[in-house]
Ligand binder design. Structure first.
Ligand code: MD3
Ligand code: FE
Length: 204
């Protein structure tokens, strides 16, 4: 357990190889029911290089109309699949938040994909942390402060790593600079999967 910065905790290799494989099998089942879609930027419609799907009661989507959480897949119109039990257990163990997560955003990065620096502000509940799980090829992750243009630090995220962002880190700028292709054999097709578990609404 490494305290990276105020509010940021990193557990390198938190999931053993067998746990990573079991979680991957669950995610394959999620993606069969809720296929990966290509999100688009608000207004311009420019496609993201990352492909996404979700599980849990709510899912994050983005298109010309904006960023939002919704209960239905944007292309199939079906509810998102249930969140796999091992993810709920990981949240219970590590999040320190007394309510379950409502969304698990599943990001898939092929070799050249990246995600620019951004804040996660589409949730109503910022008192809950965001829990991230990395699978497959490693990535260079960058995190800064709550102001754009501040100092940033880089971290390599490898398969099985878990990160928690809470407190003052919850509104920090962050992004993925690049994928280290060929650094893991977990995904036969290569690339990286990142899961983010989130609370979206304020608990009643
Ligand atoms: C820090 N995902 O989905 S995970 C995202 O690897 C996102 O796919 C990246 O940024 C990925 O929004 C980074 C680590 C992460 C996730 C959410 C955060 C860091 C965060 C929210 C607040 C602060
Ligand atoms: Fe983010």
């Amino acid at each position: 357990r490494i305290a990276v910065a105020p509010g940021v905790v990193h557990w390198p290799g938190r999931l053993a190889p067998a746990e990573q494989a079991a979680l991957l099998a669950e995610l394959r089942a999620v993606a069969r029911k809720a296929p990966f879609f290509q999100p688009r930027m608000p207004k311009t419609g420019k496609p993201f290089s990352v492909r996404m799907t979700n599980c849990g009661p709510l899912g994050w989507v983005s298109d010309e109309r904006g960023y939002r959480y919704q209960p239905l897949h944007p292309e199939t119109g079906e509810p998102w699949p249930l969140m796999p039990a091992p993810l709920l257990a990981l949240w219970e163990e590590l999040a320190g938040y007394p309510h379950p997560p409502e969304a698990c955003l599943v990001n898939f990065y092929a070799a050249g994909a990246k995600m620019g620096l951004h804040q996660d502000r589409d949730e109503q509940e910022f008192d809950a942390p965001v829990l991230s799980v990395s699978l497959g090829d490693a990535a260079l992750f960058r995190i800064g402060g709550t102001e754009r243009g501040g100092k940033t630090v880089s971290l390599k995220l490898a398969s099985g790593d878990v990160l928690l962002f809470g407190g003052e880190a919850r509104l920090a700028y962050h992004g993925i600079d690049r994928i280290l292709a060929g650094s893991s054999t977990l995904l036969p097709e290569g690339g990286r999967i990142n899961l983010t578990l989130r609370r979206v609404t304020k608990p009643a």
